[in-house]
Design a protein around this ligand. Structure first.
Ligand SMILES: [Ca+2]
Length: 477
């Protein structure tokens, strides 16, 4: 939290100004006149502060979990029912080329919350889901710390998966309020970790374990979001809703099981949970509307990476269309994600952006939209405010990924139309990868967006150039 001291904090600046005024007045005026003047100035200062804060937009950042590249109606999945996401698209801007910071949960969240490449933020892979283990270093400055320093109240609801000890849980990373699970996934009714043994309960409020046996976690998150939003509604809020859906276990509600009963498995189970998620998000948008907060609330919804093809996800169910890859790999289906921003008061509605943008961009973009200073250290994201509002060119002609650590992390770089993968994996099984393909896989995204053919051998000079660029980027950490 050293960053708080560095940032100019609006309330502190005011109190210094009032103290200076008090000293000046006390030298020249009678005691009573001074008291009246000081009271007036204090009231004026408080009025100015309240007005300034009231005019600032709220921010609701929704991070869905394992939602596939095209898994909303407005992205072309005709078999899904997703009215909330379609409404976000109609009342805001939808991206067709938004890349997630990584293809797995923890790393993607680290990139989102710090605005830095996950490996630079110390989280190239997944962190532990066991109590007592550290996650993202406490020294990293999160978006919540930035917002908090600027006078926002900050809340976390849902999944964390960025550290499971006192130093790295949400309350230590800038969130005044936190409710949810600390590990990678839970059963939505018992709130026990759902991956491997030993079986353990994982539900927390502000660093204390709580028990709410049998309650459906998505419903609880909705209630928590509402309670947070209305708790002190005279102050602007930053709410990070890391909704743990449609991540396995896929526990859609009865309404959606009935709705999709004729769809084939595993698409059926996945669709049930996507629509459950869409419905829960809709409940919060309605709540904002009912409380007259929708107009001046920046709502962002994005998936943390592509859909899962793990056994726990019935080996698939998500839809990446023509794109190769899925969760856990750096082909397009692992990192190209559905993404929306809606802010009816200030940004265009019903528009689509095809520019190449990146999940790390949300940190500086939110700062830019809320007129807040970003920290002094290096960010890898860039503000995409002008992309959103003016349809300007992307600030990026290059994006980099590192997934995992050690001798053979998966690496990828997109540079213009070229994309190179090193130590490539394909979790979607769309075609075979030869030994040479795994070493280096080059595609031209304009000519072959499905990354079906490795053209590394035909373009050795491009491969060398991109490998050199990857080495330069990685020298920074
Ligand atoms: Ca995920």
């Amino acid at each position: 939290m050293n960053f708080c001291k560095v940032l100019s904090c609006y309330p502190n600046t005011l109190s210094v100004k009032v103290t200076k005024l008090q000293n000046t007045l006390s030298r020249g005026y009678s005691r009573m006149f001074y008291r009246l003047s000081f009271s007036f100035m204090l009231m004026f200062a408080l009025f100015v502060r309240t007005e300034a804060l009231a005019a600032r937009p709220n921010v609701l950042l929704i991070y869905t979990d394992d939602q596939g590249t095209l898994d909303a109606n407005c992205y072309g999945s005709k078999d899904l029912t997703t009215p909330t996401q379609d409404h976000l698209a109609a009342t805001g801007v939808r991206f067709t080329q938004m890349y997630s910071p990584s293809a797995i949960c923890s790393a993607s969240r680290a990139g989102l919350l710090t605005g830095r490449f996950p490996a630079r933020a110390g989280v190239p892979g997944n962190v532990s889901s066991a109590y007592g283990h550290a996650g993202m270093p406490a020294s990293e400055v999160t978006i919540a710390e930035m917002m908090q320093s600027a006078g926002y109240r900050t809340g976390h609801v849902g999944k964390w998966h960025l550290g499971y000890n006192d130093e790295t849980m949400p309350n230590a990373q800038g969130f005044t309020s936190s409710f949810g699970h600390m590990g990678g996934c839970i059963d939505n009714y018992s709130h026990f970790f759902y991956w491997n043994g030993p079986n353990r309960h994982d539900l927390w409020r502000n660093g204390t374990e709580i028990w709410e046996d049998g309650k459906f976690f998505p419903d609880m998150m909705v209630e928590e979001c509402k309670a947070f939003i209305e708790s002190k509604n005279e102050e602007p809020f930053f709410l990070y809703w890391a909704i743990n859906v449609p991540h396995y276990p896929m526990q859609g509600t009865g309404k959606w099981r009935e709705h999709y009963k004729d769809l084939e498995a595993p698409r059926r189970m996945y669709a049930e949970f996507v629509s459950t998620m869409d419905e829960k998000v809709g409940e919060i948008l309605d709540f904002l509307e009912d409380n007259k907060l929708r107009e001046n609330t920046i709502v962002i919804l994005q998936s943390d990476h592509g859909h899962s093809t793990e056994e726990r996800a019935f080996f698939g169910g998500g839809n990446a269309g023509e794109y190769r890859g899925a969760k856990g790999c750096l082909f397009e289906g692992g990192v190209r994600v559905p993404s929306f921003i809606s802010w009816p008061a200030k940004i265009p509605q019903g528009e689509v952006r095809d520019q190449m943008v990146f999940g790390c961009d949300w940190f500086p973009t939110i700062a830019d939209l809320c007129e807040i200073k970003t920290p002094q250290h290096h960010l890898d994201g860039e503000s995409i405010r002008s992309v959103i509002i003016e349809d300007a060119v992307s600030p990026h002609d290059e994006i980099f990924w590192q997934l995992g650590s050690g001798n053979k992390p998966q690496l990828a770089i997109r540079s213009g139309d070229w994309k190179l993968l090193i130590n490539a994996q394909d979790r979607s099984s769309k075609g075979e990868l030869s030994a040479a393909d795994r070493v280096s896989f080059l595609s031209n995204m304009k000519e072959d967006p499905s990354e079906s053919k490795n053209v590394a051998e035909a373009h050795p000079e491009i491969v060398s150039k991109l490998i050199k660029r990857i080495e330069e980027i990685r020298q920074g950490w």
